[in-house]
Write a protein that binds this ligand. Structure first.
Ligand code: ARG
Length: 464
């Protein structure tokens, strides 16, 4: 019997109602209601299994499933009143079911606990979010790879220490980003395996006395298998931490892309044009076009890293099995999902319209002695030992710094001061095109390698 002074879910043992502030303080419904669809899906599967093993009648099962279906429709139509007094999404939905179908509604919770229920809901929810995020990641990769293939011949300076190092192609640079995302995708798929197991049946912590069929419930919900240990089932949040770690790595990658886009869009670099619709202006400086989207993504990486630490700290030192602490898993996890989804979407939308300013990039690659290594390699081909050729080219660069000339701008006579074996054919290797196309091996920056790499990357995407 429910005592109207106390919560109906546990009123029997209590002699006074929960303090009003404590009720608000301990409630999670404001944020866990976003798992309503998964909560209902889990309950439908649970009721179906209970009927299969004879704990519920088929009629009871059907009433429960019909009632839950109506509740889902009510929630989606905005006709559902969430109550803080009912604490969380699970008890709100169960109470609504009992209101709808009477005493049968109270039988739904047979053989389960909110502890295994919430663990199931989070896994179902995260699984579908991983799938959605994976699609968004794929869309971003498609945009990147297409742009890379189109820019396989576009030359830009490659950097180490943010100093001009050697010429590379813009397509090659973009495919470096794609490699990072390719690993990110694989990490998400790997994480999904550990998300996709069924905790339901662990009940509060020890399992249940009913003749449940966990394999059947797992199958109904599309889980690969039931979990192995009931204590672990209700307390494990590794999967959420692992997902957040994967998300943190993706955000770290996006922050690197962002940083480069911000630099490249600056007047000082002037390498790219970002589409106006992804930028904002300044209310005081009329000339400004700010790269807000990459800046914001760069900034948002911070909160995802923070959530990873929240979750690690949440689980640190927790004794088995379920503890109320675990309710704190949801807000960081949800915010990580939202932040990652938004950042991937912004990047996927923006990437196809990033346009390089080829002339500026080329100009920049011509400055900074970017073909010095090519000259050193040329001397090696003429029989000079690499360490000696490095020395020779160093002197030539020193001369260039003094006279304001790049290597390709020097006359043959000027170059020959540093090495008598230098002949007219040196100018082939000092050109930017000669430099990039000489790096003609798998993983190299030569335009034909970039085109081949882009093709392989596209084929990989098609296999997903
Ligand atoms: N709202 C709770 C959570 O998110 C559900 C589980 C509550 N279990 C309990 N024994 N109080 O963790």
């Amino acid at each position: 019997m429910s005592n109207d002074k106390t919560n109906s879910a546990w009123g029997g043992r209590f002699s006074e109602a929960t303090d009003a502030f404590v009720q608000r303080f301990t409630a999670s419904v404001e944020f866990d209601q976003r798992m309503y669809a998964q909560d209902i899906e889990g309950s439908v599967a649970h009721a179906t299994m209970l009927a299969k093993v004879g704990v519920l009648t088929e009629g009871e099962r059907d009433d429960i499933i019909k009632g839950l279906g109506e509740i889902k429709a009510d929630i989606e139509a905005g006709n559902f009143e969430w109550s803080i007094a009912l604490e969380d999404v699970h008890m709100n939905i169960e109470a609504a079911l009992t209101k709808k179908i009477g005493i049968t509604g109270k039988k739904l919770h047979t053989g389960r606990s909110r502890n295994d229920q919430v663990a199931t809901d989070i896994r179902l929810y995260l699984r579908s979010e991983i799938d959605a995020l994976s699609l968004e990641l794929t869309r971003l990769q498609e945009g990147l790879i297409n742009l890379a293939a189109a820019q396989a011949d576009t030359i830009m300076p490659g950097f180490t220490h943010l100093q001009t190092a050697q010429p590379v192609t813009f397509g090659h640079h973009l495919l470096a980003w794609n490699e990072m995302l390719e690993r990110d995708y694989a990490r998400l798929q790997d994480c999904r395996k550990r998300v996709n197991v069924l905790p339901l049946g662990a009940a509060a912590l020890a399992g249940t006395t009913y003749p449940i069929d966990r394999h059947y419930t797992a199958e109904l919900l599309g889980f690969d298998a039931p979990t192995e240990n009931s204590l672990d089932s209700v307390s494990d949040r590794d999967f959420a931490i692992e997902f957040n770690a994967d998300a943190a790595i993706i955000m770290m990658h996006l922050s690197r892309f962002s940083e480069e886009l911000v630099l490249w869009a600056s007047a000082q670099f002037n390498f790219i044009e970002l589409p106006d619709r992804f930028c904002t202006g300044s209310s005081i400086m009329p000339q400004k076009k700010n790269p807000d989207v990459p800046e914001l993504v760069r900034g948002k990486s911070g909160r995802v890293f923070g959530h990873l630490f929240s979750l690690l700290t949440l689980m640190k030192s927790q004794p088995l099995a379920y503890n109320k602490d675990n309710q704190e898993d949801k807000e960081p996890l949800f915010d990580t999902i939202d932040t990652l989804a938004g950042s991937l979407r912004a990047f996927a939308d923006m990437m196809p319209s990033v346009s390089p300013k080829k002339e500026v990039m080329r100009e920049a690659a011509l400055r900074g002695f970017s073909t010095a290594t090519d000259l050193a390699d040329y001397l090696v081909r003429k029989g000079v030992a690499f360490r000696d050729s490095h020395e020779v080219v160093g002197s030539a660069v020193g001369y260039g710094v003094k006279t304001g000339k790049d290597l390709a701008e020097m006359t043959l006579e000027e170059l020959q001061q540093f090495g008598s074996m230098i002949t007219e054919d040196v100018f082939d290797v000092l050109t930017l095109e000669g430099s990039v196309s000489a790096r003609d091996h798998i993983g190299g920056t030569a335009p034909n390698q970039v085109r081949a790499a882009a093709k392989r990357a596209t084929e990989k995407l098609a296999q997903r």
